[in-house]
Design a protein around this ligand. Sequence first.
Ligand code: NAD
Length: 732
Amino acid sequence: MTDFRTKTDADGVATITWNTVGKSMNVMNQQGFTDLDALVDQALADDTVKGIIITSGKEGSFAGGMDLNIIAKMKESAGDDPARGLMDGLMASHAILRKIERAGMDPKTNKGGKPIACAMQGTGLGIGFEIPLACHRIFVADNPKAKIGLPEIMVGIFPGMGGTTRLVRKMGAMNASPFLLEGKLSDPMRAKQAGLVDEVVPADELLNAAKAWVLSQPSIVKPWDEKGYKMPGGTPYHPAGFMTFVGASAMVNGKTQGAFHAAKALLSAVYEGAMVPFDTAIKIEARWFTNVLLNPSSEAMIRSLFINKEALEKGANRPAVIDQKVSQVGIIGAGMMGAGIALVSALAGIKVVLIDAKQEAADKGKSYTADYMDKGIARKKATPEKKDAVLGLINATTDYAALKGCDLIVEAVFEDVGVKADVTARVQAVTGPDCIFATNTSTLPITELAKASMDAEKFIGIHFFSPVDKMLLVEIIKGKQTGNLAVAKALDFVRLIKKTPIVVNDERFFYANRCIIPYINEGIRMVKEGVEPALIENAAKLLGFPLGPLQLVDETSVDLGVKIAKATKAAMGETYPDGEVDEVLFWMFGEGRLGRKAKAGFYAYDDKGKRQLLWDGHEVKYPVAADQPDLITVQHRLMFAQVLEAVRALEEGVLEDIREGDVGAILGWGFAPWSGGPFSWLDILGTPYAAERCDELADMFGPRFDTPALLREMGDKGQSFYGRFGQDAKAA
Ligand code: NAD
C-alpha cells in the first residue's frame, strides 16, 4: 500500500494526498519519495490537469518530518562508499522537490508549468515543511496548536532537503537564522507574519482556497528563478550581507564553541550557497548534509535525543501494571524544590496539597507558581484566567489532614534522615500505607529512608533537578524493596508533567550526581595541581558542556560541596579518595568564597552578583604551574572522570539500560550533547582506544582512571556499547 494517492476533479485540479499507513502523523521514507515522484510526474504529464494540490490525509497535521530512524541508519545503508551513496540519494530527493518547484516550466523562458499549492492541515516539520517550501503557495489551516518549522538542528543535523537553501533565498540569511540555527517553530499565524507561509485559512476552507488559487492562473516562478534575483538582506559580499554573515559566524561559534558540527556545517552551506545559482547551492547543501551524516555525532544525537528519549518517555522501562494516574499529589516541604514540583504538577492539571511547617513557608512556595504565571502573562504565553486556574489547584497548608485523598506523596523537606523519617510517619498516619511515597532526596539512600515507611514496596525516590520547571530529566530510584507499582506510579507521574524519566537502582548518589561529582572534583584537582583555571573551564566549554566544573561549583555552592564531602568521607572511611579535592574546597570555604550566592567563588562577581572573570586569588595557595597540560589531556580528564562512573554504574547494575545512561547525562547535566551521551562517546572513540587511554590516564593521574573490567573486556573483544547492549536490550 502506498502513502500517497491522487485524485483529479472535474475542474482539472489533481489533489495528491499523503497518508502514511499506520501512523497518526505523516513521516517520509524512501518509498514515499518514489511514490510522490511518480504522482507528480503523472499530474504534470496529464493534459487534463491544470494544477496540483499537495495535502495530507491526517487531521490537524501535514507531516512530522523524515523518519529519523532512517536518517540515523542512512550512513550504514549507503553502501561501500557511503559519502557517494549519501550524496546520490540526497540529490535524487532534491530532484523531486525541484521538479515540483519548476512544475514543467520551460527552463529558459520560465513559461508554462502548472501551479502547485501545498494545503497544510496543521503541523509541518522538517521535510513536512521542506515540501511546502518547494511548492508555489503554502496554505495552512488556522489551527493554533500546529507547529511549523525546521527543527533538525535540535537533533544534530540541519534541514538538508532544500529547506536551508530555500528559506535563506525566501527571507534572507538574517531572518532565516532563528528558524535554521535554533529550530524555532511557529504556529500558523506567526508563521505567516514571519513569511514562512502564504495564507492562513479556516480548516474547512483549506482545500477550496488552495483550489481557487491553483485555478486563478497565478504566476509561479520562484524569485530565485527570475533573472536579476537578489537575495533579501544581501549575499556575503554585499555590505549588509557581509555584516550578517560575519555576525552569524561569531554568534554560532560563541554559542556552540565549535562543539556542534551541524551548526557550523549549516552556516557553511548558507554562506557558500548564497554566492552561486540555486541549483549549485542545492548541491552545496547536499554536500554539507552528507558531511554531517557521516559525522558519528549526528547518529548518536538522533539516537539519544530523539529515538531513545521518546522511547523512555513512552515508558520503555515501565513495569506492566495498569495505568497509575495521579489526580492529587501531596508535596511536603515548600522550599526551592517543593515549590517547583508544585508548579509543574499544577501546570499538568494535577491537584496539589503543598505542606510546610509554617503557613508562611507554604504560601511562599505557592507564590512561586504565581510569579511564574505572571511572567508568562507578561510574555503573552499565559492569561490571568489560566493563572487563576493553575493557582486554584494548589492548596498551601500546614495541615497534614489535607493529604487525605492524595494518590502520590513527594517529600522535599530538609536533607536529614531524622526530619524525613518524622515527615514520613506523619504523612502515613493520614494516607495509610497504600499511597505511593516518593522522596526527592539527592544524597540519602532510598533503602535507608524506606525504613521509616509502613511499606517499603510503596517507597521510591523521585529525584528532580533544579530549577524544576526548566530541567527536563527526572531520576527515579528504586530502593532494594521498591515494588513495580511504585515504579509505574512514578513513571506515570513524570509522563503527566512532561519530563523524561530514567529508572536507576539505589547506590550512593544514584546516577546523575555520581557522574557530576567526579567532573567537578577533577576540575578542583587540576586547580590544586596548578592548571590554569581558564584552561579547565574552556576545555569543558569546548566539549559543549554548559558550565565548566569550577562554575558548576560556584552555582551549586562550595558549602554544599563541603557538606557532601564530609558525609561521604564519614560513610566511606579509609577508602575515601578525594582528600586532595577537599583541601581546596575546605580552603575556599575558609576564605568565605562560597560561590555565586556569596558573590565570591572560583569566579569573581560584581555587587549585583553578576559573574565576572575567574578569580586569581587562589594563586597565593595554589600557584599556576609554568608548564600547562595540553587541551586534549584536560578534556580527557574531564570526560573520563564522568564516563567511567557511568560504566561503573552499568557494571554495578545501578543503570539497567544504557539508553537511560546516555539520555540522562545529556538532559540531567548537559553532558556533551553532540556525543550522544557517555556510552555513545565511548562507542565513537571505540572501546579498544578508550580502554587504552584509561590505562594512560591512570598511569599519569591515579587509579580513579583505572579501566573498568567491563570496558577492558569490551575493548579486547572490539565490542561497542550499543552493539552489545542493543537498542532495546537491557544490560545483562
Ligand atoms: P529548602 O531548604 O529550600 O526547602 C525545604 C523545605 O522543607 C523548607 O521550606 C522547610 O521549611 C520545609 N520543611 C522542613 N522540615 C519540614 C517538616 N517537618 N514539615 C514540613 N516542611 C518542612 O530545600 P530544597 O533545596 O528544596 O531541598 C529539599 C529536598 O530536595 C532535599 O532533600 C534536597 O536534598 C533535595 N534536592 C535538592 C536539590 C537542589 O538543587 N536544591 C536538587 C534535588 C533534590
